[in-house]
Design a protein around this ligand. Sequence first.
Ligand code: ATP
Length: 290
Amino acid sequence: MDKRILLKAPAKINLSLDVLHKRADGYHEVKMVMTTIDLADRIELRAIDENKIRIVTQNRFVPDDERNLAYQAAKLLKERYEVNKGVEISISKVIPVAAGLAGGSSDAAATLRGLNQLWGLDLTIDELARLGAEIGSDVSFCVYGGTAIATGRGEKIEHIISPPPCWVILAKPTIGVSTADIYRNLKLDEVNHPDIEAMVQAINNQDFKSICENVGNVLESVTLRLYPEVNHIKSKMINFGADAVLMSGSGPTVYGLVQYQSRLQRIYNGLRGFCDHVYAVRILGNRNES
Ligand code: ATP
């Protein structure tokens, strides 16, 4: 029988992102509040006769070889658990690439979860998350989804409840931003650090207004300085009436939180006037159990 598994690989946004210090191993120690949103790539895993990993994607910005994070996820499982089977991983890209939305990490996380099933490995979700950390800092969070506080280099996950339902409007300018570049230009003694505790408390209290008051991203000032078009989108989104506006990850995607659907259409139309990549989605409350 033809064995196939279909999975959704959702994007994340950072409601809060702080960088604490640079570690001896070269990584930055971070503290972030992340949540998954209903903007998702679709991953199809198909057993193939040949004992190899094949990536299929139509997106010319996504590598179809061992540089693909989904490929690395399959390779890790294959080697660690001595799996002598082949798989074709088809990736239908919906999440913009190199946008600060963890698209590649989410593809890798979905691949880990799907292959656990396809290859009958019987690994727990915690084991999959630990494997994810070997692929990239955001992969562990993406394995679980939902809403969490992430510390360490992003791989230590503490689950929290999700924010109250709201809309997330995203706009991505047509520039790519290198995460490494942003970190290189970050001067930790010159930036405003967000109040993560206040954000967590606001979420625990399901207090939308306080969530909006406490969104913050220490990388934002760096990206805004290097790429003025990101600031332009931010100002527009604020003027159009979003309740809170922030850049996600190292950018360049800017998101707005919007409580009322009645206001959403106006903001969406306004942004579409000058930005090609605009999305309106919901926060995804549920986290994966397997
Ligand atoms: P993060 O928010 O975790 O920093 P990002 O959203 O900024 O991630 P990605 O979309 O994951 O960035 O892509 C970054 C780079 O990773 C791309 O330029 C691409 O070459 C490479 N890449 C590897 N695998 C994938 C994948 N499955 N999907 C997209 N990009 C991938």
